[in-house]
Design a protein around this ligand. Structure first.
Ligand SMILES: Cc1ncc(COP(=O)(O)O)c(C=O)c1O
Length: 405
């Protein structure tokens, strides 16, 4: 039974107080709990100033709130705060690595290896890097259960020229939890740097970056109950210190003259311009919100909801669920196709009943191509969901079946 089942967590989320909403799209963007909204309001109402630049009280308080958020976010994943960089989102974090580390370290004859499960934000930047530098672009494939083929990884690494492996921790389109620790170990043994896209992992499974050993780990704030406009890149100190800046401008320099520019220390070197101050503060509050519940309890709750959903979907004859059917191996989502109805029709009919799910290619077209579909429908879960939400979802799917026969 779910450990959070009796906790009325939905009341923490103002938007969920709207009548008749069953929100099952947290993998796209999570709802925002009141403490996160309060933290951002507090910054604007009581401590509004810029960070790192001025000495008056408001600015000093803003800097303290901003850097305090960085400290708590870094501690949440067991990584040093000065190696934790604020970006706009996960996409920008991954592009930062591709432009800064990639352009300095990847060249003709090298291979960049990504996977068939990736969100486009962990696929397109590497494709662009390879096109620009003349490196080879390779993709590790999945089996029929959307599980990566690690013997294929061994074979690709054995070729000896893999410079970088880019892999998602949890797939947003199939739900697969990838064995990233094993992948990192194999890649490191072959001399490759590893970039992990943790956007879907951070909100739902415990992540200890100190133990994991990834070289770069990127994620996005708005899926962890935080605001939009803030993402995070954790990087290994030696790599971050060697890398050239990504964007140039204010704050990222130590000194500027017409003859010479010296870069600032990390993380400032990668945070050009005025920071996303309230968003970072909001993300700090989101980490506090999650830590207050406990990420293990969240995982247990969502795993229960996911396996309940898989059981309920198995009652419907014309539904095919993507990804591993074992809830242990998947994140809290169920992406599926329905023989009788197009994914967009499914989402539209469910939406008209207040059941919010996503339909489309989920920015994972290589995976859609693997399974010969243009799109799927996807329900995804968060701390506030209950089995009653799953029942409402399945009832609405039954209505779709009645409409489409
Ligand atoms: C696995 C994964 N990676 C990356 C992203 C990109 O996140 P953002 O658009 O916030 O950069 C998403 C968003 O859907 C995602 O699910």
């Amino acid at each position: 039974m779910s450990t959070l089942a009796d906790t009325p967590l939905a009341t923490d989320f103002p938007c969920l107080q709207r009548e008749g909403i069953v929100y099952l799209d947290s993998a796209a963007t999570s709802q925002t709990p009141q403490p996160v909204i309060d933290a951002m309001d507090d910054y604007y109402e009581a401590h509004r100033g810029t960070v790192h630049r001025s000495v008056y009280a408001l600015a000093a308080e803003a800097t303290e709130l901003f850097e305090g958020a960085r400290d708590r976010i870094a501690a949440f994943v067991n990584w040093p705060a000065n190696c934790t960089i604020f970006t706009k989102n996960a996409t920008e974090a991954l592009n930062l690595v591709a432009y800064s580390w990639g352009r300095a370290n990847v060249g003709p004859g090298d291979t960049v290896l990504t996977t068939q499960l990736e969100h486009h934000s962990n696929f397109v930047p590497w494709y662009m890097l390879c096109k620009e530098t003349g490196a080879n672009f390779e993709m590790l494939e999945v089996d029929d259960d959307s599980i990566l083929q690690l013997d294929e990884l061994d074979a690709l690494l054995a070729k000896g020229n893999v410079k970088l492996v880019a892999v998602g921790h949890v797939s947003n389109a199939a739900g697969t939890i990838n064995p990233v620790a094993e992948i990192i170990e194999k890649a490191h043994a072959a001399g490759a740097v590893v970039v992990v896209d943790g956007s879907q992992a951070i909100p739902q499974i415990p992540v200890d970056l100190g133990a994991l050993g990834a070289d770069f780990y990127a994620w996005t704030g708005h899926k962890l109950y935080g605001p939009t406009g803030v993402g995070v890149l954790h990087g290994r100190k030696e790599l971050l210190e060697e890398m050239p800046p990504f964007l140039g401008g204010g704050h990222m320099i130590a000194s500027v003259s017409v003859d010479e520019i010296r870069w600032g220390q990390i993380p400032a070197k990668f945070e050009a311009g005025t920071s996303n101050i309230s968003e970072a503060i909001g993300l700090g509050a989101a980490v506090d919100f999650v830590s207050g519940i406990g990420i293990e309890a969240i995982r247990a709750h969502e795993r229960d909801l996911c396996s309940y959903t898989l059981d309920r979907l198995a009652e419907l004859p014309d539904i095919t669920v993507m990804g591993p059917l074992d809830a242990e191996r998947r994140g809290a989502l169920a992406a599926f196709t329905m023989e009788t109805a197009h994914p967009h029709d499914v989402a539209e009919i469910l939406g008209s009943r207040g059941v919010c799910i996503r339909a489309g290619h989920h920015c994972a077209q290589p995976l859609m191509q693997r399974f010969g579909v243009a799109a799927t429908s996807r329900a995804s879960f968060a701390v506030h969901n209950t089995r009653a939400d799953v029942d409402a979802f399945v009832d609405a799917l039954n209505d779709v079946r009645k409409i489409f026969g």
